[in-house]
Design a protein around this ligand. Sequence first.
Ligand SMILES: Nc1nc2c(ncn2[C@@H]2O[C@H](COP(=O)(O)OP(=O)(O)O)[C@@H](O)[C@H]2O)c(=O)[nH]1
Ligand SMILES: [Mg+2]
Length: 359
Amino acid sequence: MPRCDVVDLYRMKHFFERQETATRAGAVGASASRILPTHLIPLFFFGTLLGLFGLALYFFGMLFSIFRLLLNLGEPYRTWNEAIVWYSGVPSTLGLILAALDLTFLLPAKRMSLRRKPPERVFDRQVVVALTAYNDEQSIGDAVADFRNHPLVRRVIVVDNNSRDQTCAIATSAGAIVVTETVSGYGRCVYRCFQEALAEEGAHLIVLCEGDMTFRAKDLEKLLAYIDEADIVNGTRIVEQLREYSTQLSTFMYYGNFFVGKLLELKHLGRGTFTDVGTTYKLARRGSLERLMPVLKPEINLEFNAHFLDTALAIGERVVECPITFHPRVGDSKGGNVNNFRALRVGLRMIAGLCFGWH
Ligand SMILES: Nc1nc2c(ncn2[C@@H]2O[C@H](COP(=O)(O)OP(=O)(O)O)[C@@H](O)[C@H]2O)c(=O)[nH]1
Ligand SMILES: [Mg+2]
């Protein structure tokens, strides 16, 4: 390795150590005021957005030309059409250049940032599980029983989000600690799950999951297998062999999640591999959640999982994805999986959050 590389990496390592000390001491938050070091600028991410814009412009130009020919439109439409197709090459080319610059010059330092300090081993592998629930009377009893029967589960908490059905009563009789979150919304419910789990004394490892039977307790071992290398282990539903034939995840949602996952990956290039931004099922260390709670925004609704991952990566948490099994939902869907149109809206809001911040 040339000497300058070694010196650069050494400086980088110290920079990240200082940054981490400051962040963990609360001096630097994940707020917009955080100064982004130049080598962390997400050039590949910006490049991809520019490339996609160029591609969209090109296809618009192609479509325009078909209509122009069909309707036999002359000037000035022909000149406009030509300009659209020609100039669509500008953002695409610029995008490619930015991506190449990122991969060539910034990626080594970005990868180094992930490796600055390996997480400590976790010896106590017992977990506290918090389940989201919203009018989930058909599934919550089985979901609680499933987790309570797992030998590594110390306690199951159900956060009921103002259900009008028998969710509370069924969860209580299944043996869960039930709390009610009166403010509606998936983000509120998840945030309350974290608060309640953190309030449990001795909860070193916290699992977030849904009470709709789409995720199962037997996958805890999979998540736990990675916790020594991670602050947060996030489930992914991307592995074809691990998802049942017929689930809520339509083909559109499957690839849509993958696409947004890759945008997240490009934004935090060198810090992880991401293929799914919509999975609730995750395992987190207490310390990691404590750092995250002040910077998470509970008012964010169905796109909360993407917000969670983006924020965790932004403050330097080590997030590892882990394939989990995905099962058919028991009871009616109320989230982003109701239909493809709703999923598209959630996905677009996730992309907007990644690009412009979470509002
Ligand atoms: N949609 C929605 N889900 C909520 C709310 N509060 C809690 N939840 C729970 O959060 C989870 C939403 O997850 P998701 O998979 O997106 O929707 P699902 O198809 O209804 O399971 C479910 O377990 C819901 O029961 C809320 O206000 N809205
Ligand atoms: Mg669900």
